[in-house]
Design a protein around this ligand. Structure first.
Ligand SMILES: C[S@@+](CC[C@H](N)C(=O)[O-])C[C@H]1O[C@@H](n2cnc3c(N)ncnc32)[C@H](O)[C@@H]1O
Length: 222
C-alpha cells in the first residue's frame, strides 16, 4: 500500500563510480539552498561534499532513468518547460514528441526546441480535449511527470489515453491527501486499478526518494 512521506534524495556519483546518496526531508534539490551534505563513499571510503548543483543533477538523472528506451511518437502530457521532452529528443528512436500543456507561457520556455527541432510540436491544450486532438492509436508512448493530480475528469483521461496510446504509459507523480493543489483524489493504488480496469498491464513502484512519489508503467499487450 502506498504511504505518503517527505523524503527526497540528495546524492552524487563518486569518482570511483559508486552512487552516494542520502534521503533527507528538509531541502529539495531544485530549491535555492546552500544546504550541503558530507558523505563517505561506501565503496572507496572517499569523503564527498554534495552541494545543490550536484544533488540536482543526480536527482534529475534518477527521474529521467524511468523514461529510458522510449521510441516512436510520444505525447509528453503537461510538458511544462520540457523537462522530459528535452531528454527524449536526444533519443534517435523517438520520431516525434507532442508536448501538450494548457499554459501559454510554455511557448516561450520551449522556444528553443520549438524553433530548432522539427521532431517537437507544442500543443497548447487542456488535457480534457485529448480526444479531439489525437486519433486512435496515434501515440506509441505517453509520458507524464507531476501532472495527473491536476486532472479533474479522471474517467475521461483514462478513456482517452486508452484509445490514443498504443504501447505504453510512463506516469510519475506525487500524491498528498491534504494538498489543496490536487484536483482529484485518486491515490496511486487507485490509479493503477483504473488503468488495469481498461485492459492495461500495470506495474507500480512507490518512490522512497521522491516526496510522496510513485511511478506507474502501463503497457498494452499487443
Ligand atoms: C508540475 S508541472 C510539470 C511539468 C513537466 N511535466 C515536468 O516534468 O517538469 C505541471 C504541468 O502540467 C500543466 N497542466 C496542469 N493542468 C493541465 C491541464 N488541465 N491541461 C494541460 N496541462 C496542464 C501545467 O501547466 C504544468 O506545466
Amino acid at each position: 500500500m502506498f504511504k505518503e512521506h517527505n523524503y527526497t534524495l540528495w546524492g552524487t556519483y563518486c569518482s570511483c563510480g559508486s552512487e552516494c546518496s542520502i534521503l533527507q526531508n528538509l531541502h529539495h534539490p531544485w530549491s535555492d539552498t546552500k544546504f550541503e551534505v558530507k558523505v563517505t563513499c561506501n565503496c572507496c571510503k572517499k569523503e564527498l561534499v554534495i552541494n545543490k548543483d550536484m544533488a540536482t543533477e543526480f536527482y534529475d538523472g534518477k527521474i529521467l532513468s524511468y523514461f529510458d528506451g522510449i521510441y516512436g511518437d510520444v505525447l509528453d502530457l503537461g510538458c511544462g518547460e520540457g523537462f522530459l521532452s528535452r531528454t527524449l529528443l536526444k533519443e534517435s528512436a523517438v520520431d516525434k514528441i507532442y508536448g501538450l500543456d494548457i499554459d501559454e507561457q510554455c511557448t516561450d520556455e520551449l522556444k528553443d526546441i520549438i524553433n530548432h527541432s522539427n521532431r517537437f510540436k507544442f500543443v497548447k491544450a487542456d488535457i480534457s480535449s485529448l480526444n479531439e486532438i489525437f486519433s486512435t492509436s496515434s501515440i506509441d508512448f505517453l509520458v507524464s511527470r507531476d501532472v495527473f493530480m491536476f486532472i479533474e475528469d479522471t474517467d475521461k483521461y483514462f478513456e482517452d489515453v486508452t484509445r490514443i496510446v498504443r504501447k505504453e504509459i510512463r506516469h510519475m507523480g506525487w500524491y498528498q491527501s491534504f494538498n489543496d493543489r490536487m484536483k482529484n483524489n485518486l491515490n496511486p493504488d487507485q490509479i493503477v486499478e483504473e488503468y488495469s480496469k481498461r485492459g492495461w498491464s500495470t506495474e507500480i513502484e512507490y518512490l522512497d526518494w521522491y516526496k510522496s512519489g510513485y511511478f506507474i508503467r502501463a503497457s498494452k499487450n499487443n
